[in-house]
Design a protein around this ligand. Structure first.
Ligand code: FPP
Length: 253
């Protein structure tokens, strides 16, 4: 665990490997991975958790500071009931099996998404994980669970509207920062890079506000197959992007 990262010299490409501060991942393709092997979809999700574990390690080793993973979207409720229940249990099992390791590795866990509709015992578990890792200062692992970006923005808007209605906030005083402070991700930097596995090229209601200037990289591998080599390939692609944030960028300034 001792790659000194942020910048890893990649002499073959002659481009220094840049590591994003905040990486977002849409972990897609567990089901297809399993189906292609004649297995049940749920087995794909089990492999998906192994891949997540591996990704957490890679982020620690390469110096990513924030990792946000999309693990259950508010739209995923439309899946068969058994699959939804399985994914919920997976979160419980992930916490049971990995919490100590996360604490040992100085990982701070934050779980974002709507708590409405979650069983009280799951909400307690989420609160407990956050509390037990709150003092950690290493990688921030943000798990988007029961998360949908449009719902997040609507919820933020309702809270702001309440402040206005109560006379505590003037309409003219509402800025981007006012909205950001009400999002689930308040206090986190925006993602620099978002990876989606499994060949789909869309953002599927993930971090819509926060992704305004994120680089998007789509890879064909299914999530359970995503490994260190895939990660380095993505970092190489990211390193070659000219991030302009609406300006002119390095080549023209
Ligand atoms: C994407 O594959 C995966 C999900 C929608 C959810 C499951 C996520 C994991 C197993 C990772 C870790 C989860 C937790 C709770 C810590 P898919 O089912 O959409 O695959 P498909 O597009 O091939 O059907």
């Amino acid at each position: 665990m001792s790659i000194d990262p942020a910048i890893v010299d990649d002499s073959a490409q002659r481009v220094p490997l840049r590591v994003p501060t905040h990486l977002g991942v849409i972990m897609d393709g567990n089901g297809r991975w399993a189906t292609a092997r004649g297995k049940r979809r749920t087995e794909g999700h089990i492999e998906g958790v192994k891949s997540l574990r591996n990704m957490v390690e890679l982020c620690i080793n390469y110096g990513v500071k924030y990792l946000t993973v999309f693990s259950f979207s508010s739209e995923n409720w439309s899946r068969p009931r058994e699959e939804v229940a399985f994914i919920f249990n997976l979160l419980r099992r992930f916490v049971a099996s990995d919490l100590h390791k996360l604490i040992r590795n100085n990982v701070k866990v934050r779980i974002i998404g709507s708590r409405a509709g979650l069983e009280p015992s799951l909400v307690r578990l989420i609160d407990d994980v956050e509390a037990k890792t709150a003092g950690n200062t290493g990688l921030v692992l943000v798990v988007a669970f029961n998360y949908g970006a449009k719902a997040e923005i609507a919820e933020a808007t309702r809270r702001i509207a309440r402040e206005v209605a109560a006379g505590r906030l003037a309409v003219e005083a509402i800025t981007e920062a006012t909205i950001e402070a009400e999002l689930y991700t308040a206090g986190l930097p925006d993602p620099d890079l978002i990876i989606r596995t499994s060949g789909e090229q869309r953002i599927s209601n993930f971090l819509l506000w926060q992704a305004a200037y994120a680089e998007l990289v789509f890879v064909d591998e299914h999530w359970p197959d995503f490994n260190e080599a895939s990660f380095v390939r993505v970092l190489e692609t990211f390193s070659q992007r000219d991030r302009r944030f609406g300006g002119l960028g390095a080549a023209q300034s």
